[in-house]
Design a protein around this ligand. Structure first.
Ligand code: NAP
Length: 287
């Protein structure tokens, strides 16, 4: 396969992925809507320029409107005979629509949302949740493996659905842990003892330890996965699951907590800052 790759979207993840691809030996050029210069990765002045030099275009942008805008701007000239790999987290129905648009413009589409964040992108240990044709995935295998472990879930929609299912767990587990940690702290229970017991139990998830220091130290500024994107994903999960006869009432509270976090200025902070919307600074009532 062609060894030149155009990465569209040089945000937190797109930048880390572009760097990892370049370190793995691919010739990488980046593009960002608001121009961004990186010392180590050349950038194209326009999407048209990027598409001219790169047969494979790897999208890592915020959401569905961003994906749609990029595809529309690339147009037939930028898409025909190109492969579009899309790692942005979007809904299955949105991904299917983008796939159809890409194919109608003469390109090939691979749905490839990723599980893992900046450290996993930097070390090439992301989990790539793939939806698309087996033949295309086989052709792209060396490229995909530069970023991590590819798993083929089935046709387009299935990788996006798996990704939303994983991110629903990120949100729900983090919220559930925040509530328990909050009560433990407020009742003066020894947090170390609580954690030791939790680690020995079937209730433990490694993500609890990953976020414990952030929550205890109220330190959320160093975001790998920003709260605003978790809110987007919980909304997408809710919309996608509602149409499938899955009761999502539990997520109404989580959405509310995440919205409160965004209004309080945590949108670009790490998603574990949802702790602040759950465990308020001062106890309001005592029972
Ligand atoms: P981010 O830092 O907020 O970056 C978003 C990128 O999207 C920026 O490059 C932004 O460009 C671009 N963008 C937004 N709207 C656009 C538009 N209309 N047209 C073109 N480009 C547009 O987000 P991120 O953390 O890298 O996440 C990117 C995607 O990956 C999201 O879907 C997120 O849910 C998903 N994801 C993130 C993580 C993570 O740990 N961070 C992990 C897995 C998946 P500008 O700079 O010009 O605004």
């Amino acid at each position: 396969m062609n060894t030149t790759i155009g990465v569209i979207g040089l945000g937190l993840m797109g930048t880390a992925m572009a760097r990892q691809l370049a370190q793995s030996g691919w010739t990488v050029t980046g593009f960002n809507r608001h121009p961004r210069k990186l010392e180590d990765i050349p950038t194209a002045a326009s999407l048209a320029d990027l598409a001219k030099g790169n047969e494979t275009l790897w999208l890592m942008v915020s959401d569905y409107p961003a994906c749609r805008e990029v595809i529309d701007q690339l147009g037939e000239t930028g898409i025909r005979d190109h492969v579009v790999i899309n790692s942005s987290t979007i809904a299955p129905s949105e991904s299917a629509e983008i796939a159809q648009r890409v194919e109608s413009l003469g390109g090939e589409y691979l749905e490839a949302p990723v599980l893992g964040s900046i450290p996993q992108a930097q070390s090439g240990t992301l989990q790539l949740l793939l939806g698309g044709s087996k033949a295309l995935i086989e052709r792209l295998d060396p490229l995909l493996r530069s970023l991590g472990t590819p798993t083929h879930f089935g046709a387009v929609r299935s990788g996006a659905a798996a990704k939303l299912a994983f991110n629903q767990l990120i949100g729900s587990l983090t919220a559930a842990f925040s509530m328990s940690l909050g009560l433990v702290q407020r009742e003066g229970v020894d947090v170390d003892k609580f954690m030791e017991t939790l680690r020995e139990s079937a209730l433990y998830a490694p993500t609890f330890d990953k976020k414990l220091d952030n929550m205890v130290g109220h330190s959320f500024e160093n975001a790998n996965f920003p709260l605003k994107h978790l809110l987007k994903d919980i909304r997408l999960f809710t919309q996608s699951a509602c149409g499938q006869g899955i009761d999502t009432h539990l997520l109404i509270g989580l959405q509310h907590v995440l919205e409160e976090g965004v209004y309080a200025g945590h949108g670009n902070h790490d998603y574990s800052s949802l702790f602040e919307s759950i465990v308020h600074e001062e106890p309001t009532t005592r029972h």
